[in-house]
Design a protein around this ligand. Sequence first.
Ligand code: TRP
Length: 329
Amino acid sequence: METRKRILTGDRTTGKLHLGHYVGSLKSRFELQDTYEEFILLADIQALTTHFDNPKLINSSIYDVTIDNLSVGLDPNKVTFVQQSQVSSIAELTIFYSMIVTVNQLRHNPTIKTEAQNYGYEDITYGFLGYPVSQTADITFCNADLVPVGEDQVPHIELCRKIVRKFNKLYGTSIIQPQVKLSQVGRLSGLDGSAKMGKSMGNAIYLSDTPEQVWKLVRKAVTDPARVTTDIPGHPEICNIYKYHQIFNPEEAPEIHEGCTSAKLGCFDCKKRLNVVLNNLLDPMRERRAYYENHISEVKEIIVEGTRKANVIGNANLDAIKEKMFLKI
Ligand code: TRP
């Protein structure tokens, strides 16, 4: 009998994952896979909310995202990979929850607002506005206790808890209100100095990048603009590369700080050191990736089997919920 608590988290299948995803969620998934029963959702329906016109990308990204997760060291014998569109209880729960969430709750969701702006939407679709509702269904179809995500997802988990409270009160169900597990690192800024590392912004280091691609981005990254020559002391507190050292190279960060402020360490050498650190992190991922890329049918089997297991759990939960809602005759 399974006694561990459950984690559910996931990724939209709109492309490969990068270091921002890694520090935001994948790292915790890896660390928690022994203590929790983990479900990793391949969110292909949520991908449709913004990429409905590119179904082929969504299809190939289901594999890419699964391999990205496996490359980080998630063990397919421990964690369950779930293809969202193939779990009908998620779709049905989405409909039920949509009856009790209000349009204003969704319209005022700060993440929805920012994303709509970033995508340049003048008008938004019903599905895009409602994706936090479908995310609530993602989390609750299996009664997850904990959701490891980055800070931009917090409004969605708060709304999820609200919906669940209201639903339980109305129908006497006992769906679990999930907790957020926030990553220690806030948001990972882009190497170009922009606020966020993002797929669409050309500033991302992908988990699947080659050493050459990593160096290309690190080499041209923005540092302290006032430090035009190496003999001028730098200001690590405003330097992106230093921020990355703090996150990915915490042991050496104090020494790098000292080298920069005393003008002993130049930006180029500082970048070279970061490059080594990043590749040390990525090398074992590259090795695992190579295995799975050569065994694609194994990857498919992992997804199919995990989704089958999720359906068993989801159908049982949905059945009990329908009973409580007097939908059974
Ligand atoms: N919205 C999440 C993101 O953009 C992905 C996601 C979909 C998710 N369903 C989820 C995250 C359920 C946590 C739980 O990253």
